[in-house]
Design a protein around this ligand. Structure first.
Ligand code: ZN
Length: 256
């Protein structure tokens, strides 16, 4: 794919841009990941972020007890946490620690890809507000509706959103996805879950929505703990994407 090779060249160059002084050297928390190789040759990833007050190790042990398959121990994943991939823009990294080409949705016949969050979550998760934040990107359309996705309309990518009581030593939210060989999201494979059990301020709920929706459109973690809802620590209650996050979508994930 021609567009994908141009993308790789462009992002290698962007990777050489100086990192702003406000960027952390690396996040202390990256969440817990599960990696499952499916019989059809696809690989399913799920990225779990600890609920506020829960450590990565506690979250890992909780998920292990629940019998979640394919868990990667936080110790094993330390090497992954250096975020060495070239698919980045300043403090913002594409999904899977900046792995190239960046995970992305296909346009599927539209001017821009259209991702539609099909909301089944409880009232505290402000799904429409979260979708609107990513919709500000000129390169991707993001919308939501309660319990509906117009999948019959050509090219709309439906992402299922649900919330449950996952317990108080679990994740605040998590996102699952599968990519095809060109690292495009596979239709119907992407979903978001929120944990109704956590008790926190509105800004923490809003950060979780912003964060998990970012993953669902191809964003990885940010190292900017002052500005980005993609920084992997919900305690901070950062409710907005940063300028680097939008630039990653513009120049790296959806450059065409
Ligand atoms: Zn995350």
């Amino acid at each position: 794919m021609r567009t994908r090779s141009i993308l790789i060249t462009a992002t290698v160059l962007l990777g050489l841009l100086p990192v702003p002084a406000h960027a952390a050297e690396g996040a202390d928390t990256h969440g817990v990941m599960s990696v499952r190789h499916l019989p059809n040759g696809e690989t399913e990833y799920v990225l779990y972020s600890p609920a506020p007050g829960v450590s990565e190790q506690e979250l890992f042990e909780h998920l292990q007890k629940k019998g979640v398959p394919g868990l990667v121990s936080p110790r094993q994943s330390e090497g992954v946490g250096v975020m060495a991939g070239n698919c980045r823009y300043g403090t913002a990294y594409a999904l899977e620690e900046g792995t190239c080409p960046a995970a992305a949705w296909l346009k599927s016949g539209r001017t821009r890809p259209l991702v539609h969050f099909n909301d089944h979550s409880s009232w505290r998760w402000r799904v429409a507000t979260g979708a609107a934040k990513w919709h500000r990107s000129p390169k991707i359309d993001v919308q939501s509706a309660w319990n509906s996705c117009p999948w019959q309309t050509t090219g709309i990518h439906c992402v299922d959103v649900q919330s449950y009581d996952f317990g108080n030593t679990s994740s605040g939210g998590f996102t699952g996805w599968r990519l095809d060989g060109l690292r495009y999201f596979i239709e119907g494979s992407v979903y978001v879950r929120f944990n109704d059990r956590i008790s926190a301020g509105t800004n923490v709920y809003d950060m979780i929505v912003c964060h998990e929706f970012g993953h669902a459109i191809g964003m990885g973690h940010s190292t900017d703990f002052y500005r980005s809802c993609m920084f992997p620590d919900y305690k901070l209650g950062l409710t907005e994407p940063s300028a680097d996050d939008y630039n990653l979508l513009y120049y790296v994930s959806y450059p065409g």
